[in-house]
Design a protein around this ligand. Structure first.
Ligand code: CA
Length: 229
């Protein structure tokens, strides 16, 4: 069954290229040129993934992302015009699952779209039937892609879940930012490694009783991160 991707972009050329590549890759594609149209389309087609330009006229990409996530969680790949916007995007409270800085390769976008959908689908089918495991009072259920702390469910984006599951799956083991990037993107891209820090910041805010004194997700200075044993 073809997955539906909603592409939101106000630049007609970029919109057309992205749409064509995604259609060629076998996706059903719906497009919108502004935020209001995007929200209406999302309601009508219930997309599996949203490719969302950050800089939209009127209702901007952040507003659209917030509203989409408020309705029901959907994976989002953000398109940003500048690398300097990346921190803003991944530092968001709701978090984008991935992002690309313009100009980007449409092939790369297709690869990212597949990767995000693979990750989010892993929990939906029987294929993702990994056993739940516990680290202290934190429980990770890979099959349902759910995390609870002391029985309290924690709302994580697909990317945040992947990082937590990976780190908590081997408590005490140190992972470099590049290794964690591979978890997220399937490939390490050096210039994006600060994105891992932003994801970690979001995860801590959601997971930790005191995000400034993390108990679970610990920093290994000069190296990366590890999960407390
Ligand atoms: Ca734009």
């Amino acid at each position: 069954m073809a997955r539906t991707v909603l592409v939101v972009e106000d630049e007609p050329k970029i919109l057309a290229v992205v749409r064509d590549y995604l259609v060629d890759a076998g996706f059903d594609v719906t497009t919108a040129a502004d935020g209001r149209a995007a929200l209406a389309s999302a309601r009508a087609v219930t997309p599996d993934l949203v490719v969302l330009d950050l800089g939209l006229p009127g209702l901007d990409g952040l507003d659209v992302a917030r509203e989409l996530q408020r309705r029901s969680p959907v994976p989002i790949i953000m398109l940003t015009a500048r690398g300097s916007e990346v921190d803003r995007v991944v530092g968001l409270e709701l978090g984008a699952d991935d992002y690309l800085v313009k100009p980007f390769s449409p092939r790369e976008l297709v690869a990212r779209a597949r990767a995000v959908l693979r990750r989010t689908a892993a929990g939906a089918g029987a294929g993702g039937a990994q056993e739940p495991f516990q680290v202290g009072d934190l429980e990770v259920d890979p099959g349902r892609r759910r995390v609870t702390v002391a029985g309290r469910p924690v709302e994580l984006t697909a990317t945040e879940f992947d990082l937590v599951a990976h780190l908590a799956g081997q408590p005490g083991r140190v992972f470099t930012r590049m290794q964690l990037l591979e978890v997220v993107h399937g490939v390490a891209v050096e210039s994006y490694d600060r994105a891992v820090d932003a994801h970690v910041k979001n995860i801590r805010r959601k997971l930790e009783p005191d995000p400034h004194r993390p108990r679970y997700l610990l920093t290994v200075h000069g190296v990366g991160y590890r999960f407390a044993e």
